[in-house]
Design a protein around this ligand. Sequence first.
Ligand code: CA
Length: 232
Amino acid sequence: MNKPLILVVEDDPSVQNLITTTLKAHDYHYLAASNGQSAILEASSHNPDVVLLDLGLPDLDGVEIIKKIRTWSNMPIIVISARSEDTDKIEALDAGADDYLTKPFSVEELLARLRVTQRRLLMMQSETSSEASVFVNGQLRIDYAAGCAFLDGEELHLTPIEYKLLCLLSRNVGKVLTHTFITKSIWGSNWDSYIASLRVFMATLRKKIESKPGSPQYIQTHIGVGYRMVKV
Ligand code: CA
């Protein structure tokens, strides 16, 4: 595989420098943009493998940039936000961002997020080639066509909601799904009462698929944001 090309969109020169130096040292190619207009231009003309997008840019709203990119591409987008931009981060995920990094972040965090995203990209590519009617992740196997799931070869007895939840997370493996996105997908609504139900269903689902529900292996909790299934 060629070196992945990362588009770095960040208007703060010191953060941009930290990111690009890290990328260079770890065998990535990169392009840099310091405002929204040039970000869209670079994304459309170079089709990068991953976009690292700062949400606080001088000209355009980061969420608008994501929406624009999503009109023509599913390229992975990792948003970078300051803590004060928590609601923006959730809005960005709902607009189609894959993941997020909160400032200040470490070089290790950045590299870890890139690895997760690349794995997701590889899975997406192999899925389109094999039409993926079966999903496999560690000991977990879901047969979408038959509508059943297995753990370590044993069929799981899931309620319809638990099964829907598991399918939704698996079809978006590697991606952080917000509470709003999940409740809308499952119940067609994002009322607060559904967010409470989601927590309950997540707990029962984890009891069935996680060997240690207290330290889950398959489904991560992102406090105040949502959940992500990780590729194990
Ligand atoms: Ca900024």
